[in-house]
Design a protein around this ligand. Structure first.
Ligand code: SF4
Length: 427
């Protein structure tokens, strides 16, 4: 199964290459690939990750040709806006969204407060329509390997916080590489997220070795390893990692300091900005549903993510975990998360927006609902099953017992049903 279709390079200018996908041209970075005009390549996250032989590329493209256009047709149909009975005020705001006009904070709050069924329907449809116009039907599907549930921190909302009594595990470098190989060679993944708690057992040297080995598989490597020294992020970039997932969690400093004991908000932001400047594709965002969080905080979270120039937005609901200080916190309403996806799409048309697995925990149909509210990115848990069950960052995680093959199949079927191509066709 392909998660990225090959495209052909039709133009090269400095570090950029223009890649043609069935007549659709996209700009991609060619930072570490020796490629020329006419070559067939795979791109992920806007970066060329691999060159493939012409014969192989043509065979894959032949398989995809009809499907590619058929899916686009379905997507165009599914992302139409239908008439809904809503107030003139809401209609005026959505008209601004359609015309890509600046939205005032008050407009954003009104979108966040939409609650009637017809209002929600129109807000989601509008956002999904923008997603279709700006991104067409591409949807990235990255595989995530959770390689250690040790963490030196004690965030109040986290099920693997240091003081939590859970069965801990660390995958050896060989085990991680084996899982990566299986994801790439057997399942066809083109982008892998390496995620762990903040676990210094994995020294800079070990991580560099890991990235270099996985890089040989010609995949986009996403890091999600928490706060590490800047020089470590630099070395990991040099070793071949190209994307970094590091959320700021909440823009309200007071709440941040309380819920992340010992952490420094400004330092975290500085690190996020530093990795972006280094050239990493940046995925960042926040948690929704923290105690004392207000609607203004949520809007500020979205705006802060945008101001950090996030390439990908990642936000999920707090799912209260037993044994943590927030165990009694109220569950978040699924529609609140969907509205945040829609508002994000309205504010940042170009961004990738992730449907997080935490959102899926709230509702089994959330993946579909998130994609139809403006999201265009998914992550599938491909951690080997003996470890997967122990990464209980929050309870009730989906697909814990499911075979990876089965999760992949179901996701592809879901994407096809709404006309999305599980492929990343560049920026
Ligand atoms: S949220 Fe991240 S840094 Fe905080 S305790 Fe959990 S794994 Fe560690």
């Amino acid at each position: 199964m392909c998660y990225a279709i090959p495209g052909q390079i039709v133009k090269i200018k400095d570090r950029l290459a223009v890649v043609d996908y069935f007549g659709e041209c996209r700009n991609v970075l060619r930072d570490f690939s020796d490629v020329k005009i006419g070559d067939f390549v795979y791109a992920q996250g806007g970066i060329i990750i691999n060159k493939i032989p012409e014969g192989e590329a043509k065979e894959i493209l032949e398989f995809w040709q009809d499907k590619f256009f058929e899916l686009k047709k379905i997507d165009r149909r599914v992302s139409k806006i239908h008439q809904s009975k809503v107030s003139d005020n809401l209609l005026a705001i959505l008209q601004k969204v359609n015309l890509n006009q600046k939205l005032a904070d008050d407009d954003l709050l009104k979108l966040l407060n939409a609650s009637a069924e017809q209002e929600l329907k129109l807000v989601f449809e509008t956002a999904n329509n923008i997603r279709q116009k700006e991104h067409d039907n591409a949807c990235c599907v990255h595989g995530i390997i959770e390689f250690s549930n040790y963490c030196q921190n004690n965030c109040w909302y986290c099920g693997i916080r240091k003081s939590q009594k859970i069965d801990r595990y660390r995958m050896s470098l060989d085990e991680i590489i084996k899982a990566a190989k299986s994801a790439v060679n057997k399942l066809g993944f083109k982008a892998l997220v390496l995620q762990s708690g903040e676990d210094n057992w994995y020294t800079e040297d070990k991580l560099v070795r890991l990235v270099k080995e996985i890089k040989k598989l010609n995949v986009l490597i996403f890091l999600s390893i928490g706060e590490r020294p800047k020089k470590t992020y630099k070395k990991l970039y040099e070793a071949g990692a190209r994307a970094n997932l590091l959320r700021f969690e909440i823009s309200n400093k007071k709440i941040f300091q309380k819920l992340r004991p010992g952490a420094d908000f400004d330092k975290r932001l500085e690190l996020i900005e530093y990795t972006k400047k280094l050239g990493y594709i940046l995925a960042t965002g926040f948690l929704v549903g923290l105690p004392n969080e207000t609607s203004d905080d949520i809007i500020n979270n979205i705006k802060l993510t945008k101001s950090l120039k996030a390439d990908m937005y990642s936000f999920g609901p707090l799912i209260p975990a037993a044994g943590t200080p927030l165990k009694n916190q109220k569950k978040v309403d699924k529609n609140l998360l969907l509205k945040i996806i829609a508002i994000t799409r309205s504010l940042d048309r170009q961004a990738k927006i992730l449907v997080t697995t935490a959102l899926e925990t709230l509702d089994k149909n959330a993946k579909r609902a998130g994609l139809l509210a403006g999201a265009n990115s998914l992550m599938l848990n491909i951690t080997p099953s003996n470890f997967r069950k122990k990464y209980i960052i929050y309870p009730g995680r989906p697909d814990m017992d499911k075979e990876i093959n089965q999760s992949v199949k179901e996701t592809i079927n879901l994407l096809y049903s709404i006309g999305r191509a599980p492929t990343d066709v560049g920026i």
